[in-house]
Design a protein around this ligand. Structure first.
Ligand code: SDX
Length: 438
């Protein structure tokens, strides 16, 4: 459409520019032509934390934050959570279509064939303290995979790239389970491919001396749904890290370790662990109002609430609330859900939260389920990282295939000192400003 343009007048020069509008955006590079003179670098955009910046085009996940919509490759998350297995969704995210029966059967076999890890990785894992945080163990061991698979650097070889994708998806549960067993001082349990992806993960976590682990089907399905809900979420912090690090052609294991590091932050994937700590601190319903007051005074954050994109209820939180009741049928009710429900009820009727459009996000209820299933809070973010690895890999692969891809290298607004002459040590006086490292 011809009128898909902006006309910009630079009041400094009275010059006008016609800038094309591209899919609801303007290309930042189109602003570079706006100069005050030949020596002027030209205009850039300034957008700390990328509040209003699209970093890429993507066909994988669609979010509508105002309507609370989440779709993977066009399919509503509610339908995928109800009808699919996690590996079925993994195929969808990576390939763009739901798999046929044969494709899914072959995919299941291929993933389950690569669940073993090199025995030396166990020695690596044994080097951690017994109380090492599982995310630190996982970040380190995922990065270590790049030393076992040097062919992973051959990013131009499509078949080789696909092999690494399969390896990482397959081995994440094994590494995560071994980190869990190491923390408890229990022997590692080898993968059992017959069980399938999620039940095998439970097997490697919880098998004791029985000849074959039998997963509770309700808990296995609940974990499968939680994996589906956490699989991808467009350009969140950890996916952005995956794309940025991957843009340097780092191998997928080192790149995924960077994404895991981003996910570990309490403002991102680490929030589910913080929600449980917050609920434990509140303790009882009668102490909720005092906590809410602290939040409104800016002294605390209501962990598990708020989202950069969702300014409505996170559709995943709604599904997780339903899953919680199914899990409690098996495990017994985790009464922290009653505190969480009361906290939600109070928050959603309070002007502070309404004005800021703060609703429960994916992390608000997930930890309560994980705890009821027997996981400790420090495991919760690992449970986020296992499925999100599929999303990271799908986004990484899309980035590698993007004809516009270049190494990620943002610019800056320089606010430092102008040119100044060196001062010899003997002539240096006391600084006229407070130092940050002193
Ligand atoms: C995930 O991006 C993704 O898609 C992430 C994720 C995914 O699947 O990958 O969905 C997973 O990370 C979910 C978010 C988990 N994090 C938490 O639950 C931590 C608590 N939430 C907040 O820290 C916060 O809401 C963020 C980090 C999630 C979003 O932060 P924004 O978008 O930068 O919003 P903001 O900090 O600018 O907040 C806007 C206002 C501020 O108040 P004012 O300064 O305007 O007065 O809302 C307030 C904030 O103080 N606010 C909160 C709050 N979140 C925002 N106040 C109290 N409690 C909160 N949780």
């Amino acid at each position: 459409m011809d009128n898909e343009t902006l006309t910009i007048t630079d009041n400094r020069t009275k010059a006008t520019y016609t800038i094309p509008i591209y899919r609801g955006t303007v290309r930042a590079m189109d602003l570079r032509q706006i100069k005050t003179g030949a020596d002027d670098f030209g205009l850039m955009t300034y957008d700390p934390a990328f509040m209003n910046t699209a970093s890429c085009t993507s066909a994988i996940t669609y979010l509508d934050g105002d309507k609370g919509i989440l779709r993977y490759r066009g399919y509503p998350i509610e339908q995928l959570a109800e009808h699919c297995t996690f590996l079925e969704v993994a195929w969808l995210l990576l390939e763009g279509e739901l798999p046929t029966r044969d494709e899914l059967e072959n995919w299941n076999c291929e993933i389950m064939r690569h669940t073993m890890i090199h025995e030396n990785l166990k020695k690596f894992m044994d080097g951690f303290h017994h109380d090492a945080h599982p995310m630190g163990v996982l970040i380190s061991t995922v990065a270590a995979l790049s030393t076992f698979y040097p062919d992973a650097k051959n990013l131009g070889d499509t078949k080789c790239r696909r092999k690494q994708i399969v390896r990482l998806i397959s081995k994440m549960p094994t590494l995560a389970a071994y980190a869990y067993r190491h923390r408890l001082g229990l022997p590692y349990i080898y993968p059992d491919p017959d069980l399938g992806y999620t039940k095998n993960y439970m097997n490697m976590l919880w098998k004791r001396t029985e000849p074959k682990y039998a997963a509770n089907p309700v808990l296995a399905r609940a974990l499968e749904v939680l994996f589906i809900l956490h699989a991808d979420h467009e350009q969140n912090c950890s996916t952005s890290a995956m794309r940025a690090v991957g843009s340097s052609n780092a191998d997928p294991f080192a790149t995924a370790a960077a994404a895991l590091s981003a996910l570990s932050g309490p403002l991102h994937g680490g929030a589910n662990e913080e929600v449980l700590r917050m609920l434990d601190e509140i303790g009882t319903k009668d102490r909720i109002p005092a906590f809410i007051d602290q939040v409104k005074e800016g002294k605390r954050k209501l962990m598990g609430f708020g989202h950069r994109v969702y300014k409505n209820y996170d559709p995943r939180a709604r599904i997780i609330k339903q899953v919680a009741e199914e899990v409690f049928e098996v495990t017994g009710r985790n009464h922290k859900i009653d505190i969480a429900l009361e906290l939600e009820r109070i928050a959603l009727s309070d002007e502070y939260f309404i004005k800021r459009k703060l609703y429960p996000n994916v992390d608000f209820y997930s930890g309560i389920i994980y705890q009821a299933m027997g996981f400790k809070p420090e495991q919760f973010t690992v449970l986020f990282g296992i499925p999100r690895t599929v999303g990271w890999l799908a986004q990484w692969q899309e980035m590698l295939r993007d004809p516009e891809r270049k190494i990620a290298r943002p610019r800056q607004i320089y606010t430092g000192e102008d040119r100044r002459e060196f001062v010899p040590l003997t002539l240096r006086g006391v600084h006229d400003r407070e130092l940050t490292f002193a």
